[in-house]
Every structure is written in C-alpha cells, then in structure tokens.
Ligand binder design. Structure first.
Ligand code: FDA
Length: 317
C-alpha cells in the first residue's frame, strides 16, 4: 500500500494532502482555522520541517514561527503552537537547539501562548523531555511535551515529569506514530489502546493537564468515562487537588486533540457536548516530504488515507 501510494503522481498526492495540510503559508493556515472556528474548535499550528541537515535551516523555521505568533495575535486566534525539536537542531547541536527553543518560548510567553514539543522517534524521547524540564526550571511554564503510549517507558516518564512539575505538567498523550522496536515498544493494537487508556488515567490522577490525541473511539470513550469518574467535564471547574489554575487557552484540565482532516464528525460531536477540541494544523512548503515521511514511519497512515478516499463514511472531514 505504501509503495503504491508513493508512486502516485505528485498532483494526486497534492489533492489528497490538501485535506491534511492547511497549505503552503501561514495565510492559508489562518483561512482554514477561521473556517473551522465555527465548529467550536481551537488549534495548534505546526510549521512543516524536520530532520534538518544543517543549522542554517533552523533560522528560516524560527522566522516562520515568528510569523505564526504574529498571526495568532493579529487574528485573535484561539491557537497555540507545536514544534519538532529536531527541526530546531536537536540532533545536530543540542546547545543551539536549546537556545532556539528558549527564544521561541520567551516570545510566546510574552503573548501567553503555549508551545507543545511534538515527540519524534526514540532517539529524542529523553532529550525532548529534558528540554521541557529545563525550560520549566528557567520559569518558562508555557511548554509541555507529547508522550507516546506505545513506548514501554511512558508510565515512568509521566511520573518523572509530574514529580518535577506538579500540576504544571501538561501532556499530549497519543499512541505514537513511529513504529519502534519491540524491545522498547508495544506492537499490538489492543495492548497499545490499553496502555493509552491507563496513561490517560495516570495523567488525570496526577492532576496534570491531559491533551488526549486520538481519533479512536475506544480511547475517546474511555476518556469520557475517566473524566466523569473524577468529576471532570465541560461544565465543571477542575476539581483535582494540586491542578494548575489559569491555564490560558486550555480546557478544564483536559482537551481532545485531532489531526486536520481526520474524523471531524467525532470532533464536532465532542465540541457540541462542550468539550474543548483542538485541531492540529500543519502547513508549509515541505508538505510533500512531510506526507512521504509519514507513510514511511507508519504504513497504517497509507491505509487510513486510502480508506478515506474510497470509503469516505469511515472518516468524515
Ligand atoms: P487509529 O490509528 O486507530 O485511528 C483511528 C481512526 O482514525 C482510523 O481508523 C482512521 O479512520 C482515522 N485516522 C487516524 N490517523 C489517521 C491519519 N493519519 N489519516 C487519516 N485518517 C486517520 N504521534 C507521535 O508519535 N508524536 C506526536 O507528537 C504526535 N502528535 C499528534 C497530535 C495529534 C493532535 C494527533 C491526533 C496525533 C498525533 N500523533 C503523534 C499521532 C498518533 O500517535 C497516532 O499515530 C495517530 O493519532 C493515530 O492513532 P489514533 O489513536 O488516532 O487511532
């Protein structure tokens, strides 16, 4: 499936990608977000770019993120930002990557905007967590990471981060798109779903913020019951002891997150019930490389896309 998909002409890939990528520039992304605001959604904006070859490339990315910040403020968007640490130089020069990320966080903090560090493959799991802890230690609390439930280490990572950050810990929890080796990762769908549900419970019980990133009904259903069991929900101020107060642009201790173009019907239903729903909005010149890399990392993505084209009822925009 991946092989066939990758041999499709670029114009065809472009027409499919249009559903999942907001365009080449921030103006296109703003237009997409304006339209989707009417569906009760908020956003996280991601500039496509990762696996850079030299540090010069980080500068144009930093400039682009400055434009994103301006666009959020100028257009009064209910949005925060997602970044990939490797695109800021993490695998080339760690010190420089820290400097770049700190600069971005300080600019974002001036406007009370949150920044999420996306989680990439296992080579950068610990370095990414370390960045979040180091930035909090510098007083920059507008940052949180993503953890991947397929990784065997994740329950320990939740505890370590919560031990250090208390109620200021803020997670996006997802299954993890990178297919890692079985020595460090679960590989079966059912065990990954069970692990993700357990991680959601753990995050909620540690009074941390839970960004539940999944389009999978068993995970969403579990989250809804877990919230109800803890007295959390659309109309309830977060009742957990030690939770952070005044999280600008956040929900009542939790939110649901979905990718642009995926399972809009479930997202709209959650929003209608009053839950905070966030759409991940990627944009950028490098949409083609991004799409191809997602296929390489996880062949299921090709399957989802083919299903969306030929069985559109399985994935409503
Ligand atoms: P599952 O894979 O079972 O999908 C359920 C259904 O959703 C599918 O049947 C299909 O209909 C639809 N679907 C899911 N993914 C689709 C896709 N790509 N295209 C079309 N349809 C799709 N991973 C990571 O390693 N690091 C990260 O930082 C992030 N960040 C992130 C942010 C957000 C907002 C989301 C929603 C996801 C991520 N992920 C991620 C990806 C995540 O780890 C996971 O790979 C995908 O969300 C797919 O898992 P689901 O739980 O959605 O279930």
């Amino acid at each position: 499936m991946v092989g066939v998909t990758k041999r499709l002409p670029r114009f065809f890939i472009a027409s499919v990608a249009r559903r999942y990528v907001a365009g080449k520039d921030i103006e296109s992304a703003v237009n997409v977000m304006r339209k989707l605001s009417s569906e009760g959604a908020c956003f996280t904006i991601d500039v496509l770019g990762e696996d850079i070859l030299n540090l010069d490339e980080t500068q144009s990315l930093m400039d682009e993120y400055d434009r994103v910040l301006d666009a959020i403020v100028d257009n009064n968007l209910d949005a925060n930002m997602s970044i990939k640490p490797t695109a800021f130089g993490l695998l080339i020069d760690e010190e420089k990557a820290y400097e770049n990320i700190e600069r971005l966080l300080r600019n974002a903090a001036e406007n009370d905007i949150f920044v999420r560090l996306d989680m990439e493959d296992h080579r950068v799991t610990q370095p990414t967590i370390d960045i979040v802890l180091a930035m909090h230690a510098k007083g920059l609390r507008n940052v949180g990471t993503v953890l991947q439930s397929r990784l065997l280490r994740t329950a320990d990572d939740i505890d370590t981060i919560c031990d250090q950050l208390g109620g200021a810990a803020d997670f996006r929890i997802c299954k993890g798109v990178y297919l890692e080796h079985e020595s460090i990762s679960l590989t079966e769908y059912s065990t990954i779903v069970s692990a993700m549900n357990a991680h959601i419970d753990q995050i909620l019980d540690r009074s941390a913020y839970a960004g539940v990133a999944s389009h999978d009904w068993p995970v969403i259903k579990h989250t809804l019951s877990a919230l109800e069991a803890r007295g959390m929900g659309p109309d309830n101020p977060d009742p957990r002891d030690g939770c952070a107060e005044n999280r600008n642009g956040k929900g009542l201790g939790y939110e649901f997150q979905m990718l642009l173009g995926v399972r809009g019907n479930i997202r709209r239903r959650l929003a209608k019930e009053g839950h905070r729903t966030r759409i991940y909005v990627p944009y950028g010149e490098r949409w083609y490389e991004y799409s191809m890399r997602r296929l390489d990392e996880n062949p299921d993505v090709a399957m989802h896309i083919v299903k969306s084209i030929f069985m559109p009822w399985t994935n409503r925009r």
